[in-house]
Design a binder for this molecule. Sequence first.
Ligand code: COA
Length: 363
Amino acid sequence: MEGPRSPREAELPHVLDFLTKNLRSEAPWSIAAEYPTALTSNNIHNMRIIADEDRVVSHAVMKPLIIKSPHVIYKVGAIGSVVTDDKHRGQGLSTQIINDCLKSATEQSCDIAILWTDLFDFYRRMGFELAGSEISFVIEENFDVPPINLRFSTDPKVSPDAIYRLYSSHSVNSVRTIEETRKFLAIPETKVYTAWEPNGQLAAYAIEGKGIDLGGYIHEWGGSVSKLMALFSFIRVQKNQPFTVICPRHATNLIEQMQRKPVTMNQGFLGMIKLVNFDQLAAKIKRAFRAEGVSDIVLEKHPDHFLFGIGQDLYTINNETDMVRLLFGPIDYRAIGIFKEETVQKFEKIFPLALWIWGWDSI
Ligand SMILES: CC(C)(COP(=O)(O)OP(=O)(O)OC[C@H]1O[C@@H](n2cnc3c(N)ncnc32)[C@H](O)[C@@H]1OP(=O)(O)O)[C@@H](O)C(=O)NCCC(=O)NCCS
């Protein structure tokens, strides 16, 4: 058994073949088509394999993302395509590979690592915890909005520049290039819905589906709230079946408008998160608080606990996973009742940290 290590360039087709056979056996496309920025030779140094006599038997990939938000610029290591050949399972191979991805994320100055899974207990053993927030709305019924002077389209041939322009206006988003947007638009099973101004400018977009995942889910969208609502109304008529819109908790205007409609709102987690460079993240958070006029925030990591609070209103947090939920949510500071009201009010200037990862970046 050899590894974990990065594949060599010449091994890449073999690695992609292993992943496609194990994770996409039913799909007529290569898994690389679904993750064009992660499973590519440009990111080969972040892929990890274990090989047995030249055969790949286990794999995971890490894709570093720069996420801009109003208060903090994060570096996030997104981990995905975790798989071990079925004859080699239960020997600790995936655990070794993920720990190696985490080491690499730490070395590359990521603040946190994140992944999306339903194997919660498997990843809890490695220190990940469900954290952050995601709001989703299931649009089941008619979704009527007042008439608006827009032209709607399902033509997938949309210029990546136009999508990119609206994407760039989000308050929380990853740093992407137009070329990356072009690659994301080409992912199999991607449906593109657009709304156009009379002058031909893109007013709103919504993206559904991503390879074998996210069919029936709008996982990327952009444009002003009123134009998006009109676009969702068009999608409801067009699809003639229910669909779900995923959105960040800080999209308060959209959430408010959606709640006035006959939709089902669900609250979930952004993903499973693990802290990988606590001191670096703490320094960013303290800087953000200082910019808001709060200079006495305490956020310290000690060998067996964290010290957290403002001024003299301090608490000891024993678990890293509790710390993750305090920073990114969904813990409600007021409801837990341990901090003074004035501390809670100061916390609320920054916490929970606005962190969001749009669907195309999930791996
Ligand atoms: C999940 C998977 C990657 C684990 O690979 P692996 O190399 O066997 O993992 P490890 O040997 O490091 O760890 C196995 C341990 O995890 C546990 N485990 C496996 N699946 C689990 C699950 N669904 N929930 C909780 N624990 C799980 C095993 O019981 C084993 O525990 P033990 O060591 O106490 O016996 C592998 O089963 C796999 O490839 N599954 C199919 C693809 C998949 O689901 N990938 C995850 C996508 S997020």
